[in-house]
Ligand binder design. Structure first.
Ligand SMILES: [Ca+2]
Ligand SMILES: [Ca+2]
Ligand SMILES: [Ca+2]
Length: 601
Protein backbone atom coordinates (compact mmCIF):
# COMPACT_ATOMS: atom_id res chain seq x y z
CA UNK A 1 0.00 0.00 0.00
CA UNK A 2 2.78 2.39 0.92
CA UNK A 3 4.84 1.56 -2.14
CA UNK A 4 1.85 2.08 -4.40
CA UNK A 5 1.30 5.44 -2.83
CA UNK A 6 4.95 6.40 -3.27
CA UNK A 7 5.02 5.25 -6.90
CA UNK A 8 1.90 7.32 -7.75
CA UNK A 9 3.57 10.67 -7.03
CA UNK A 10 6.59 12.18 -8.66
CA UNK A 11 8.69 12.82 -5.63
CA UNK A 12 12.13 14.36 -5.47
CA UNK A 13 14.79 12.30 -3.77
CA UNK A 14 14.62 14.67 -0.84
CA UNK A 15 10.89 14.49 -0.40
CA UNK A 16 11.11 10.67 -0.90
CA UNK A 17 13.63 10.48 1.88
CA UNK A 18 11.34 12.62 4.00
CA UNK A 19 8.40 10.41 3.18
CA UNK A 20 10.41 7.29 4.07
CA UNK A 21 11.27 8.77 7.45
CA UNK A 22 7.58 9.50 8.01
CA UNK A 23 6.69 6.01 6.90
CA UNK A 24 9.20 4.37 9.19
CA UNK A 25 8.10 6.62 11.99
CA UNK A 26 4.45 5.88 11.39
CA UNK A 27 5.12 2.18 11.08
CA UNK A 28 6.93 2.18 14.37
CA UNK A 29 3.99 3.92 16.03
CA UNK A 30 1.38 1.80 14.22
CA UNK A 31 -0.14 4.98 12.89
CA UNK A 32 -1.48 3.52 9.68
CA UNK A 33 -4.91 4.94 10.41
CA UNK A 34 -3.53 8.44 10.06
CA UNK A 35 -2.46 7.75 6.51
CA UNK A 36 -5.66 6.17 5.17
CA UNK A 37 -9.15 7.49 5.36
CA UNK A 38 -10.91 4.35 6.76
CA UNK A 39 -9.50 1.35 8.67
CA UNK A 40 -9.67 -1.96 6.82
CA UNK A 41 -11.31 -4.56 9.02
CA UNK A 42 -9.52 -7.90 9.28
CA UNK A 43 -10.74 -10.33 6.68
CA UNK A 44 -11.63 -13.79 7.89
CA UNK A 45 -10.08 -16.89 6.33
CA UNK A 46 -11.79 -19.40 4.08
CA UNK A 47 -11.73 -23.14 4.71
CA UNK A 48 -11.59 -26.15 2.40
CA UNK A 49 -12.25 -29.73 3.53
CA UNK A 50 -11.96 -33.02 1.72
CA UNK A 51 -11.77 -36.72 2.21
CA UNK A 52 -8.71 -38.77 1.47
CA UNK A 53 -8.49 -40.72 -0.72
CA UNK A 54 -10.60 -38.30 -2.65
CA UNK A 55 -13.67 -40.36 -3.32
CA UNK A 56 -17.34 -39.80 -3.24
CA UNK A 57 -18.81 -39.52 0.17
CA UNK A 58 -20.52 -42.82 0.55
CA UNK A 59 -21.49 -45.31 3.15
CA UNK A 60 -18.14 -46.72 4.09
CA UNK A 61 -16.06 -47.65 6.99
CA UNK A 62 -16.37 -45.69 10.15
CA UNK A 63 -12.75 -44.65 9.97
CA UNK A 64 -12.01 -41.69 7.69
CA UNK A 65 -8.93 -39.68 6.84
CA UNK A 66 -9.85 -36.00 6.48
CA UNK A 67 -7.77 -33.14 5.12
CA UNK A 68 -8.47 -29.42 5.25
CA UNK A 69 -6.84 -26.20 4.30
CA UNK A 70 -7.41 -22.51 4.94
CA UNK A 71 -6.44 -19.30 3.21
CA UNK A 72 -6.50 -15.85 4.67
CA UNK A 73 -6.67 -12.81 2.27
CA UNK A 74 -4.83 -10.42 4.58
CA UNK A 75 -2.72 -12.59 6.82
CA UNK A 76 -1.96 -16.21 7.55
CA UNK A 77 -3.93 -19.06 9.05
CA UNK A 78 -3.02 -19.71 12.65
CA UNK A 79 -4.93 -22.94 13.12
CA UNK A 80 -8.25 -24.74 12.84
CA UNK A 81 -11.26 -25.67 14.86
CA UNK A 82 -12.77 -29.03 13.99
CA UNK A 83 -15.61 -31.10 15.38
CA UNK A 84 -18.36 -33.49 14.40
CA UNK A 85 -21.92 -34.24 15.32
CA UNK A 86 -24.53 -36.87 14.58
CA UNK A 87 -27.23 -35.73 12.16
CA UNK A 88 -30.30 -37.33 10.68
CA UNK A 89 -30.02 -35.74 7.23
CA UNK A 90 -27.10 -34.43 5.20
CA UNK A 91 -26.12 -30.90 6.24
CA UNK A 92 -23.63 -28.39 4.83
CA UNK A 93 -23.22 -25.97 7.72
CA UNK A 94 -22.73 -25.92 11.46
CA UNK A 95 -25.84 -25.72 13.63
CA UNK A 96 -27.17 -22.32 14.60
CA UNK A 97 -26.51 -21.44 17.33
CA UNK A 98 -23.29 -23.41 17.02
CA UNK A 99 -23.39 -25.79 19.97
CA UNK A 100 -20.62 -28.04 18.68
CA UNK A 101 -17.54 -28.97 20.61
CA UNK A 102 -14.44 -28.07 18.61
CA UNK A 103 -10.84 -29.18 18.89
CA UNK A 104 -8.14 -26.58 18.28
CA UNK A 105 -5.34 -27.86 16.03
CA UNK A 106 -2.51 -26.52 13.93
CA UNK A 107 -2.58 -29.72 11.85
CA UNK A 108 -4.40 -30.03 8.53
CA UNK A 109 -5.61 -33.59 8.74
CA UNK A 110 -7.03 -36.13 11.11
CA UNK A 111 -8.21 -39.69 11.15
CA UNK A 112 -11.56 -39.96 12.80
CA UNK A 113 -13.13 -43.02 14.26
CA UNK A 114 -16.84 -42.47 14.39
CA UNK A 115 -18.35 -43.94 17.54
CA UNK A 116 -20.66 -46.60 16.18
CA UNK A 117 -23.50 -48.12 18.05
CA UNK A 118 -25.92 -48.54 15.18
CA UNK A 119 -25.49 -50.10 11.78
CA UNK A 120 -26.05 -46.81 9.97
CA UNK A 121 -25.56 -43.19 10.90
CA UNK A 122 -24.66 -39.80 9.48
CA UNK A 123 -21.86 -37.70 10.85
CA UNK A 124 -21.37 -34.04 10.00
CA UNK A 125 -17.79 -32.86 10.23
CA UNK A 126 -17.08 -29.09 10.43
CA UNK A 127 -13.76 -27.25 10.15
CA UNK A 128 -13.18 -23.52 10.58
CA UNK A 129 -9.88 -21.86 9.72
CA UNK A 130 -8.68 -19.19 12.20
CA UNK A 131 -6.25 -16.43 11.17
CA UNK A 132 -3.31 -14.79 12.86
CA UNK A 133 -5.34 -12.10 14.61
CA UNK A 134 -6.08 -14.87 17.09
CA UNK A 135 -3.26 -15.93 19.35
CA UNK A 136 -3.78 -19.69 19.17
CA UNK A 137 -4.40 -22.36 21.79
CA UNK A 138 -2.69 -25.54 22.96
CA UNK A 139 -3.20 -28.43 20.55
CA UNK A 140 -6.56 -30.16 21.07
CA UNK A 141 -7.86 -27.51 23.44
CA UNK A 142 -11.66 -27.82 23.62
CA UNK A 143 -13.48 -24.78 22.25
CA UNK A 144 -17.15 -23.80 22.45
CA UNK A 145 -18.66 -21.00 20.42
CA UNK A 146 -22.00 -20.45 22.11
CA UNK A 147 -23.25 -18.62 24.10
CA UNK A 148 -19.91 -16.85 23.53
CA UNK A 149 -16.56 -18.25 22.44
CA UNK A 150 -14.50 -19.78 25.23
CA UNK A 151 -11.77 -22.28 25.87
CA UNK A 152 -13.54 -25.03 27.80
CA UNK A 153 -10.45 -25.92 29.81
CA UNK A 154 -12.14 -28.64 31.83
CA UNK A 155 -14.05 -29.82 28.74
CA UNK A 156 -17.38 -30.08 30.49
CA UNK A 157 -19.47 -28.14 27.95
CA UNK A 158 -20.26 -25.15 30.17
CA UNK A 159 -18.35 -21.97 30.88
CA UNK A 160 -17.20 -22.24 34.45
CA UNK A 161 -14.27 -21.67 36.73
CA UNK A 162 -10.92 -22.01 34.98
CA UNK A 163 -12.36 -21.63 31.47
CA UNK A 164 -11.23 -18.68 29.35
CA UNK A 165 -13.26 -16.32 27.14
CA UNK A 166 -12.01 -16.04 23.57
CA UNK A 167 -13.46 -12.68 22.55
CA UNK A 168 -11.04 -12.35 19.62
CA UNK A 169 -12.13 -15.60 18.03
CA UNK A 170 -15.27 -14.53 16.05
CA UNK A 171 -13.34 -11.90 14.12
CA UNK A 172 -10.56 -14.35 13.31
CA UNK A 173 -12.41 -17.47 12.22
CA UNK A 174 -14.15 -18.51 9.06
CA UNK A 175 -17.77 -17.63 9.90
CA UNK A 176 -19.20 -20.37 7.70
CA UNK A 177 -16.51 -23.01 7.91
CA UNK A 178 -16.81 -26.15 5.85
CA UNK A 179 -19.09 -29.03 6.70
CA UNK A 180 -19.20 -32.50 5.15
CA UNK A 181 -21.79 -35.11 6.02
CA UNK A 182 -20.68 -38.73 5.98
CA UNK A 183 -23.09 -41.58 5.77
CA UNK A 184 -21.21 -44.16 7.79
CA UNK A 185 -22.00 -47.83 8.07
CA UNK A 186 -20.70 -50.14 10.70
CA UNK A 187 -17.82 -52.43 9.78
CA UNK A 188 -18.32 -56.01 10.95
CA UNK A 189 -15.95 -57.30 13.62
CA UNK A 190 -13.64 -60.26 13.09
CA UNK A 191 -12.62 -63.10 15.37
CA UNK A 192 -9.72 -65.56 15.10
CA UNK A 193 -8.29 -68.32 17.22
CA UNK A 194 -5.17 -67.25 19.09
CA UNK A 195 -1.99 -67.95 17.15
CA UNK A 196 0.37 -70.79 17.87
CA UNK A 197 3.26 -69.21 19.80
CA UNK A 198 5.72 -71.44 17.92
CA UNK A 199 4.29 -70.45 14.52
CA UNK A 200 2.14 -67.32 14.63
CA UNK A 201 0.98 -67.88 11.05
CA UNK A 202 -1.29 -70.70 12.18
CA UNK A 203 -3.83 -70.82 14.97
CA UNK A 204 -3.38 -72.75 18.16
CA UNK A 205 -5.07 -76.03 17.16
CA UNK A 206 -6.74 -78.75 19.13
CA UNK A 207 -5.26 -82.23 19.06
CA UNK A 208 -7.24 -84.12 16.42
CA UNK A 209 -8.47 -86.43 19.18
CA UNK A 210 -9.41 -85.34 22.66
CA UNK A 211 -11.38 -86.69 25.55
CA UNK A 212 -14.34 -84.75 26.91
CA UNK A 213 -12.37 -81.77 28.20
CA UNK A 214 -11.06 -79.29 25.67
CA UNK A 215 -9.97 -75.66 25.69
CA UNK A 216 -10.29 -73.02 22.99
CA UNK A 217 -9.06 -69.45 22.92
CA UNK A 218 -9.70 -66.66 20.46
CA UNK A 219 -9.28 -62.96 19.98
CA UNK A 220 -11.41 -60.38 18.18
CA UNK A 221 -11.06 -56.98 16.60
CA UNK A 222 -13.25 -54.37 14.94
CA UNK A 223 -12.20 -51.76 12.36
CA UNK A 224 -14.43 -49.33 14.26
CA UNK A 225 -12.25 -49.78 17.33
CA UNK A 226 -11.93 -52.74 19.65
CA UNK A 227 -13.89 -50.81 22.26
CA UNK A 228 -16.92 -51.35 20.02
CA UNK A 229 -16.79 -55.14 20.52
CA UNK A 230 -19.66 -56.36 22.64
CA UNK A 231 -19.83 -60.16 23.14
CA UNK A 232 -19.07 -63.63 21.80
CA UNK A 233 -21.20 -66.64 21.13
CA UNK A 234 -20.25 -70.25 20.53
CA UNK A 235 -22.02 -73.32 19.24
CA UNK A 236 -21.18 -76.96 18.68
CA UNK A 237 -21.55 -78.56 15.27
CA UNK A 238 -24.83 -77.02 14.16
CA UNK A 239 -26.23 -73.51 14.23
CA UNK A 240 -29.47 -74.14 12.32
CA UNK A 241 -31.34 -73.83 15.60
CA UNK A 242 -30.68 -70.30 16.94
CA UNK A 243 -31.04 -71.58 20.50
CA UNK A 244 -27.91 -73.70 20.03
CA UNK A 245 -25.76 -70.58 20.46
CA UNK A 246 -24.18 -70.06 23.86
CA UNK A 247 -23.57 -66.36 24.64
CA UNK A 248 -20.31 -65.27 26.23
CA UNK A 249 -19.13 -61.95 27.58
CA UNK A 250 -16.16 -60.25 26.00
CA UNK A 251 -13.79 -61.31 28.77
CA UNK A 252 -14.58 -64.99 28.19
CA UNK A 253 -12.14 -65.74 25.39
CA UNK A 254 -10.48 -68.80 27.00
CA UNK A 255 -13.20 -71.42 27.21
CA UNK A 256 -13.06 -75.02 28.34
CA UNK A 257 -15.82 -77.51 27.58
CA UNK A 258 -16.00 -80.36 30.08
CA UNK A 259 -18.41 -83.28 30.27
CA UNK A 260 -18.40 -84.68 33.81
CA UNK A 261 -18.02 -88.46 33.93
CA UNK A 262 -21.44 -88.88 35.52
CA UNK A 263 -22.91 -87.38 32.36
CA UNK A 264 -20.82 -89.13 29.69
CA UNK A 265 -21.08 -92.49 31.48
CA UNK A 266 -24.88 -92.16 31.42
CA UNK A 267 -25.07 -91.19 27.74
CA UNK A 268 -26.41 -93.55 25.12
CA UNK A 269 -23.70 -96.05 24.12
CA UNK A 270 -23.64 -95.58 20.36
CA UNK A 271 -21.09 -93.32 18.63
CA UNK A 272 -22.45 -89.82 18.09
CA UNK A 273 -24.52 -89.78 21.28
CA UNK A 274 -24.98 -86.16 22.27
CA UNK A 275 -24.30 -84.70 25.70
CA UNK A 276 -24.27 -81.31 27.35
CA UNK A 277 -20.84 -79.90 28.12
CA UNK A 278 -20.13 -77.59 31.03
CA UNK A 279 -18.70 -74.28 29.83
CA UNK A 280 -15.88 -72.89 31.95
CA UNK A 281 -14.02 -69.64 31.48
CA UNK A 282 -10.41 -69.02 32.46
CA UNK A 283 -7.57 -71.13 33.79
CA UNK A 284 -8.26 -74.03 36.13
CA UNK A 285 -7.78 -72.15 39.38
CA UNK A 286 -9.68 -69.06 38.19
CA UNK A 287 -12.36 -71.05 36.36
CA UNK A 288 -15.97 -69.90 36.37
CA UNK A 289 -18.80 -72.22 35.38
CA UNK A 290 -20.89 -70.26 32.86
CA UNK A 291 -23.51 -72.87 32.02
CA UNK A 292 -23.97 -75.80 29.67
CA UNK A 293 -23.83 -76.06 25.93
CA UNK A 294 -25.63 -78.84 24.08
CA UNK A 295 -24.68 -80.93 21.11
CA UNK A 296 -21.28 -82.43 21.95
CA UNK A 297 -21.03 -85.78 20.18
CA UNK A 298 -19.23 -88.64 21.90
CA UNK A 299 -16.96 -90.94 19.88
CA UNK A 300 -17.55 -88.70 16.90
CA UNK A 301 -16.17 -85.67 15.14
CA UNK A 302 -17.15 -82.26 16.43
CA UNK A 303 -16.74 -78.63 15.48
CA UNK A 304 -16.71 -75.49 17.58
CA UNK A 305 -18.12 -72.35 15.99
CA UNK A 306 -17.32 -68.87 17.34
CA UNK A 307 -18.65 -65.44 16.46
CA UNK A 308 -18.08 -61.99 17.91
CA UNK A 309 -20.68 -59.21 17.94
CA UNK A 310 -20.10 -55.46 18.04
CA UNK A 311 -22.07 -52.69 19.73
CA UNK A 312 -24.03 -52.11 16.52
CA UNK A 313 -25.30 -55.69 16.81
CA UNK A 314 -23.41 -57.00 13.80
CA UNK A 315 -21.78 -60.46 13.97
CA UNK A 316 -18.45 -61.45 12.50
CA UNK A 317 -18.06 -64.25 10.02
CA UNK A 318 -18.05 -67.46 12.08
CA UNK A 319 -14.77 -69.26 12.62
CA UNK A 320 -14.57 -72.98 13.23
CA UNK A 321 -12.19 -75.36 14.95
CA UNK A 322 -11.31 -77.55 13.21
CA UNK A 323 -11.20 -76.01 9.75
CA UNK A 324 -10.11 -77.25 6.34
CA UNK A 325 -9.07 -80.87 6.37
CA UNK A 326 -8.42 -80.93 10.12
CA UNK A 327 -10.67 -82.95 12.39
CA UNK A 328 -11.58 -82.98 16.04
CA UNK A 329 -12.69 -86.35 17.35
CA UNK A 330 -14.05 -86.51 20.90
CA UNK A 331 -13.43 -89.85 22.65
CA UNK A 332 -15.73 -90.91 25.40
CA UNK A 333 -13.70 -91.76 28.54
CA UNK A 334 -14.25 -95.39 29.54
CA UNK A 335 -11.73 -96.42 32.16
CA UNK A 336 -10.97 -95.13 35.65
CA UNK A 337 -7.29 -95.03 34.73
CA UNK A 338 -5.68 -92.84 32.10
CA UNK A 339 -2.32 -94.00 30.79
CA UNK A 340 -0.17 -91.07 29.70
CA UNK A 341 2.25 -92.44 27.13
CA UNK A 342 5.26 -90.11 27.19
CA UNK A 343 7.64 -92.81 25.98
CA UNK A 344 9.29 -92.80 22.55
CA UNK A 345 12.08 -95.38 22.95
CA UNK A 346 12.10 -98.22 20.40
CA UNK A 347 10.57 -100.70 22.84
CA UNK A 348 7.46 -98.50 23.22
CA UNK A 349 5.10 -101.20 21.89
CA UNK A 350 6.47 -103.70 24.41
CA UNK A 351 6.07 -101.17 27.21
CA UNK A 352 2.42 -100.44 26.44
CA UNK A 353 1.45 -104.08 25.89
CA UNK A 354 3.18 -105.06 29.15
CA UNK A 355 1.23 -102.42 31.04
CA UNK A 356 -2.14 -103.21 29.46
CA UNK A 357 -1.77 -106.96 30.06
CA UNK A 358 -0.76 -106.59 33.69
CA UNK A 359 -3.47 -104.04 34.42
CA UNK A 360 -6.13 -106.23 32.79
CA UNK A 361 -5.01 -109.21 34.88
CA UNK A 362 -5.63 -107.48 38.20
CA UNK A 363 -8.20 -109.76 39.90
CA UNK A 364 -11.89 -108.84 40.01
CA UNK A 365 -13.46 -106.42 40.27
CA UNK A 366 -11.74 -105.82 36.95
CA UNK A 367 -11.27 -102.08 37.42
CA UNK A 368 -8.42 -101.81 34.96
CA UNK A 369 -9.40 -104.10 32.11
CA UNK A 370 -10.64 -100.94 30.41
CA UNK A 371 -8.20 -98.03 30.46
CA UNK A 372 -7.79 -94.94 28.29
CA UNK A 373 -4.56 -93.79 26.71
CA UNK A 374 -3.25 -90.33 25.92
CA UNK A 375 -0.14 -90.47 23.75
CA UNK A 376 1.65 -87.19 24.42
CA UNK A 377 4.96 -88.56 23.13
CA UNK A 378 3.60 -89.27 19.64
CA UNK A 379 5.27 -87.30 16.89
CA UNK A 380 8.26 -86.25 18.98
CA UNK A 381 11.93 -87.09 18.57
CA UNK A 382 14.32 -87.50 21.48
CA UNK A 383 15.80 -84.09 20.71
CA UNK A 384 12.29 -82.55 20.61
CA UNK A 385 11.65 -84.00 24.04
CA UNK A 386 15.03 -82.88 25.31
CA UNK A 387 14.12 -79.35 24.17
CA UNK A 388 10.82 -79.57 26.01
CA UNK A 389 8.61 -79.53 22.90
CA UNK A 390 5.05 -80.76 23.19
CA UNK A 391 3.57 -83.29 20.78
CA UNK A 392 0.36 -83.00 18.76
CA UNK A 393 -1.74 -84.81 21.37
CA UNK A 394 -0.75 -82.50 24.19
CA UNK A 395 -3.54 -79.94 24.43
CA UNK A 396 -2.29 -76.44 23.65
CA UNK A 397 -3.67 -75.16 26.95
CA UNK A 398 -2.30 -77.68 29.45
CA UNK A 399 -3.91 -75.55 32.11
CA UNK A 400 -6.88 -76.01 32.08
CA UNK A 401 -7.39 -78.58 29.27
CA UNK A 402 -5.06 -81.32 30.50
CA UNK A 403 -5.95 -80.81 34.16
CA UNK A 404 -9.64 -81.14 33.32
CA UNK A 405 -8.89 -84.18 31.16
CA UNK A 406 -6.99 -85.84 34.01
CA UNK A 407 -9.85 -85.12 36.39
CA UNK A 408 -12.08 -87.34 34.26
CA UNK A 409 -10.01 -90.17 35.76
CA UNK A 410 -9.33 -91.42 39.26
CA UNK A 411 -5.79 -92.49 38.36
CA UNK A 412 -3.05 -91.37 35.99
CA UNK A 413 -0.23 -93.71 35.06
CA UNK A 414 2.42 -91.58 33.37
CA UNK A 415 5.38 -93.44 31.92
CA UNK A 416 8.21 -91.78 30.14
CA UNK A 417 11.72 -92.20 28.82
CA UNK A 418 14.87 -90.33 29.81
CA UNK A 419 13.32 -87.05 28.55
CA UNK A 420 10.06 -86.67 30.50
CA UNK A 421 7.71 -83.91 29.33
CA UNK A 422 8.38 -82.02 32.51
CA UNK A 423 6.72 -78.71 31.62
CA UNK A 424 3.49 -80.53 30.81
CA UNK A 425 3.68 -82.62 33.98
CA UNK A 426 4.54 -79.62 36.10
CA UNK A 427 1.51 -77.67 34.85
CA UNK A 428 -0.96 -80.51 35.32
CA UNK A 429 -0.12 -83.17 37.89
CA UNK A 430 0.10 -81.10 41.06
CA UNK A 431 -3.33 -79.53 40.48
CA UNK A 432 -4.75 -82.91 39.52
CA UNK A 433 -3.52 -84.44 42.77
CA UNK A 434 -4.74 -81.47 44.79
CA UNK A 435 -8.22 -82.25 43.48
CA UNK A 436 -8.22 -85.91 44.42
CA UNK A 437 -6.28 -87.52 41.58
CA UNK A 438 -3.68 -90.28 42.11
CA UNK A 439 -0.55 -90.69 40.05
CA UNK A 440 1.89 -93.48 39.25
CA UNK A 441 4.92 -91.96 37.51
CA UNK A 442 7.73 -94.00 35.93
CA UNK A 443 10.78 -92.35 34.41
CA UNK A 444 14.53 -92.51 34.00
CA UNK A 445 16.94 -89.59 34.17
CA UNK A 446 19.31 -88.75 31.35
CA UNK A 447 20.37 -85.86 33.54
CA UNK A 448 19.97 -85.47 37.23
CA UNK A 449 19.63 -81.74 36.80
CA UNK A 450 16.13 -80.37 37.13
CA UNK A 451 16.65 -76.66 36.42
CA UNK A 452 12.96 -75.82 36.55
CA UNK A 453 12.55 -77.75 39.78
CA UNK A 454 9.74 -79.47 37.92
CA UNK A 455 10.02 -82.83 39.64
CA UNK A 456 9.80 -81.18 43.01
CA UNK A 457 6.50 -79.64 41.97
CA UNK A 458 4.74 -82.97 41.74
CA UNK A 459 7.02 -85.87 42.70
CA UNK A 460 7.72 -86.91 46.32
CA UNK A 461 11.43 -86.30 45.88
CA UNK A 462 13.81 -83.56 46.90
CA UNK A 463 16.35 -84.29 44.20
CA UNK A 464 17.89 -86.82 41.88
CA UNK A 465 21.56 -87.71 41.98
CA UNK A 466 23.31 -85.62 39.37
CA UNK A 467 26.71 -87.22 39.99
CA UNK A 468 28.54 -88.40 36.85
CA UNK A 469 28.50 -92.11 35.98
CA UNK A 470 32.30 -92.28 36.08
CA UNK A 471 34.60 -92.91 37.84
CA UNK A 472 33.07 -96.12 39.06
CA UNK A 473 31.61 -97.11 41.34
CA UNK A 474 29.24 -94.16 40.87
CA UNK A 475 25.88 -93.34 42.50
CA UNK A 476 24.08 -94.38 39.29
CA UNK A 477 24.66 -96.25 36.06
CA UNK A 478 23.69 -96.33 32.40
CA UNK A 479 23.01 -100.08 32.23
CA UNK A 480 21.55 -102.73 34.51
CA UNK A 481 22.14 -106.49 34.10
CA UNK A 482 19.13 -108.71 33.33
CA UNK A 483 17.40 -110.42 36.25
CA UNK A 484 18.67 -107.79 38.69
CA UNK A 485 16.24 -107.54 41.56
CA UNK A 486 14.40 -104.50 42.75
CA UNK A 487 13.86 -105.00 46.46
CA UNK A 488 10.91 -103.63 48.35
CA UNK A 489 11.90 -101.33 51.18
CA UNK A 490 11.05 -102.99 54.44
CA UNK A 491 12.27 -100.25 56.76
CA UNK A 492 8.90 -98.60 57.21
CA UNK A 493 5.65 -99.85 58.62
CA UNK A 494 2.82 -100.89 56.34
CA UNK A 495 2.46 -103.47 53.66
CA UNK A 496 5.59 -104.39 51.75
CA UNK A 497 5.60 -103.97 47.99
CA UNK A 498 6.00 -107.08 45.81
CA UNK A 499 9.56 -107.70 44.71
CA UNK A 500 10.36 -106.84 41.11
CA UNK A 501 13.25 -107.76 38.80
CA UNK A 502 14.58 -106.79 35.38
CA UNK A 503 13.37 -109.02 32.55
CA UNK A 504 15.49 -110.79 29.98
CA UNK A 505 15.03 -108.82 26.76
CA UNK A 506 14.05 -110.38 23.45
CA UNK A 507 16.42 -110.96 21.70
CA UNK A 508 18.46 -111.82 24.79
CA UNK A 509 21.14 -109.39 25.93
CA UNK A 510 23.21 -109.28 29.12
CA UNK A 511 21.87 -105.95 30.33
CA UNK A 512 19.42 -103.09 29.71
CA UNK A 513 20.50 -99.61 28.75
CA UNK A 514 18.75 -97.36 31.24
CA UNK A 515 19.69 -94.19 33.05
CA UNK A 516 19.50 -95.26 36.69
CA UNK A 517 20.07 -92.52 39.26
CA UNK A 518 19.27 -92.65 42.97
CA UNK A 519 16.44 -90.43 44.12
CA UNK A 520 16.29 -88.55 47.42
CA UNK A 521 12.87 -88.55 49.00
CA UNK A 522 10.95 -85.52 50.21
CA UNK A 523 10.71 -85.34 53.99
CA UNK A 524 7.12 -86.62 54.10
CA UNK A 525 7.76 -89.43 51.63
CA UNK A 526 9.06 -92.94 52.15
CA UNK A 527 11.19 -95.11 49.89
CA UNK A 528 9.43 -98.16 48.51
CA UNK A 529 12.13 -99.78 46.35
CA UNK A 530 15.86 -100.00 45.98
CA UNK A 531 17.98 -101.76 43.43
CA UNK A 532 20.08 -104.77 44.42
CA UNK A 533 23.85 -104.26 44.78
CA UNK A 534 25.90 -104.57 41.59
CA UNK A 535 27.17 -108.13 42.10
CA UNK A 536 27.87 -108.83 38.43
CA UNK A 537 30.82 -106.48 38.25
CA UNK A 538 33.97 -106.38 40.31
CA UNK A 539 34.55 -103.75 41.37
CA UNK A 540 30.86 -102.78 41.17
CA UNK A 541 29.80 -100.10 38.64
CA UNK A 542 27.38 -98.45 41.05
CA UNK A 543 27.41 -97.86 44.77
CA UNK A 544 25.32 -99.90 47.19
CA UNK A 545 21.57 -100.27 46.84
CA UNK A 546 20.23 -97.08 45.21
CA UNK A 547 16.79 -95.89 46.25
CA UNK A 548 14.70 -95.80 43.08
CA UNK A 549 11.06 -95.37 44.15
CA UNK A 550 9.06 -93.44 46.76
CA UNK A 551 5.50 -92.65 47.78
CA UNK A 552 4.44 -89.33 49.28
CA UNK A 553 3.06 -88.97 52.80
CA UNK A 554 -0.46 -88.30 51.50
CA UNK A 555 -0.29 -91.52 49.41
CA UNK A 556 -1.28 -89.71 46.23
CA UNK A 557 1.77 -90.38 44.03
CA UNK A 558 4.07 -93.34 43.57
CA UNK A 559 7.25 -92.32 41.81
CA UNK A 560 9.54 -94.90 40.22
CA UNK A 561 12.90 -93.92 38.76
CA UNK A 562 13.09 -96.94 36.45
CA UNK A 563 11.10 -98.03 33.37
CA UNK A 564 8.46 -100.27 34.92
CA UNK A 565 7.89 -102.37 31.80
CA UNK A 566 11.41 -103.79 32.22
CA UNK A 567 10.52 -105.01 35.73
CA UNK A 568 7.92 -107.63 34.75
CA UNK A 569 10.10 -110.62 35.68
CA UNK A 570 7.94 -113.42 37.12
CA UNK A 571 10.91 -115.62 38.07
CA UNK A 572 13.31 -113.33 39.92
CA UNK A 573 10.70 -110.74 40.87
CA UNK A 574 7.38 -112.23 41.99
CA UNK A 575 5.15 -114.84 40.30
CA UNK A 576 2.63 -112.20 39.16
CA UNK A 577 5.26 -109.73 37.98
CA UNK A 578 4.12 -106.20 37.37
CA UNK A 579 0.48 -107.12 37.94
CA UNK A 580 1.20 -107.50 41.66
CA UNK A 581 2.84 -104.09 41.72
CA UNK A 582 -0.08 -102.40 39.93
CA UNK A 583 -2.55 -104.11 42.23
CA UNK A 584 -0.58 -102.92 45.26
CA UNK A 585 -0.39 -99.32 44.00
CA UNK A 586 -3.85 -98.81 42.58
CA UNK A 587 -6.01 -100.84 44.93
CA UNK A 588 -4.09 -100.65 48.22
CA UNK A 589 -1.56 -97.85 48.40
CA UNK A 590 -3.61 -94.91 47.23
CA UNK A 591 -5.56 -93.21 49.95
CA UNK A 592 -9.23 -94.16 49.42
CA UNK A 593 -10.50 -91.09 51.32
CA UNK A 594 -8.82 -88.59 49.03
CA UNK A 595 -10.52 -88.90 45.64
CA UNK A 596 -11.81 -86.97 42.67
CA UNK A 597 -15.19 -85.38 43.33
CA UNK A 598 -17.36 -87.01 40.70
CA UNK A 599 -20.18 -84.54 41.28
CA UNK A 600 -17.88 -81.87 39.83
CA UNK A 601 -15.72 -83.73 37.36
CA1 LIG B 1 -7.29 -12.21 8.29
CA1 LIG C 1 -16.00 -25.68 31.35
CA1 LIG D 1 -18.11 -52.58 14.01
Amino acid sequence: MFLTLAAGKSLSFRSFTYSLVILLFCASLSCREHLVDAPLANQTPKTALWLYPQTEIRPGVSKEQLYWWGEDPDGVVRGYLFGFRIVSLSVTSPPSPDTMRYDWTAATDTTILFPLDTLFRRFAFTVRAVDNTFGGLPEHAAVRISPFPYWDVNDNGVFDSGDMRLDGLPGAMDPAGRTLTFPVVNSPPTVSFVPNPLDPTIPQKQPDTTFTAVTFSWTASDPDGNNTLRSYRIALNDTSDPSSWFPLSLRDSLITLVVPRSRSDAAAPQPGAQVQADVYSGSFLTRRLLGQIGGLRLDAQNMLIVQVRDVAGQYSQPITMPSGTDRWFVKRPRGRLLIVNDYINSDGDLALSTYLRNLANIPPPAQFSQVDILNIGAGLSASDKNLGKAGPFTPPFVDPALIQTFLLYDYIFWYTDQFPSLATAQLSLFTYMQNGGKVLFSTTFQSGLDPRAAFKDFAPIDSISSAPFTPRPAPGDTRIPVNYRVYADSSGAGAIYPQLAFIVPNPPAPFHFVFMRPIYRRSDARYIYHLQPDTANSPPRYIGMPNIAAVDGQRTIVFVGLPLHLLDNTVYGNPLGLQAFFNRVFTQEFNPLHKVNRAKF
